[in-house]
Design a protein around this ligand. Sequence first.
Ligand code: MN3
Length: 243
Amino acid sequence: MNRRHFLAASAATATLAPLGTNAFAEPFLVDGLDKLTDEKGVYILPPLPYAQDALEPQMDAETVGLHHQFHHGGAVKGLNKDMEKIKLASESGNLEGVDYWVKKSALHASSHILHSIFWTNLAPSGKGGGGEPKGELLKSIQTEFGSFDKFKALIARVSSDVDGNGWGILAWHPMTKKLIVLQCENHEKLTQWGAVPLLVIDVWEHAYYLKYRNRRTEFVEAFFKIVNWENVALRLDAARFVK
Ligand code: MN3
């Protein structure tokens, strides 16, 4: 079974909590977990896998709408422009300043990737969101971090303490076969190359400021009430298959 078939099979058999008529159909069943480009390789904004107000009260509808359409959507637009500029420079042979667009592409692509994971990491509280991980994911967390509570305290602290804008990330590293916690600045900094993000906590101010104001720690605490652990578990299954 190749990776693609494995992912399709995992997605087909995964027991995801129902969140509406087409919950998760798109991001899950097309080419593994996520659909970030169309058939021509143009970057696209995946639809939210639930209604805009589905994450209330932990994440308010206005924030979700602005965040998805303008922040995530803006990164997708920016990324397509970056790629166009890089292509034009490369084709014309005039490479003066092309590194600007290469840097921008790292920022925008990382934003697109992390936000695409972020939306599917979430589900309404009590309807697929919240609670604790189970099965292999729980075992792996216990092995690496001692217990779920210790892991939760660690990633919450790392997320709350990001300098400026960034993310707290739980990732699987295929080269070391380890679960790791990362503190990402902006969207693209402070990774371990090759790490596969499983759970991503967006602590950019745009993710919480309308509702939580300066209370980032409170937002991070509320975030755990809407984590879709089934999605995180599915991502771990898929990541473990990466050689
Ligand atoms: Mn964001």
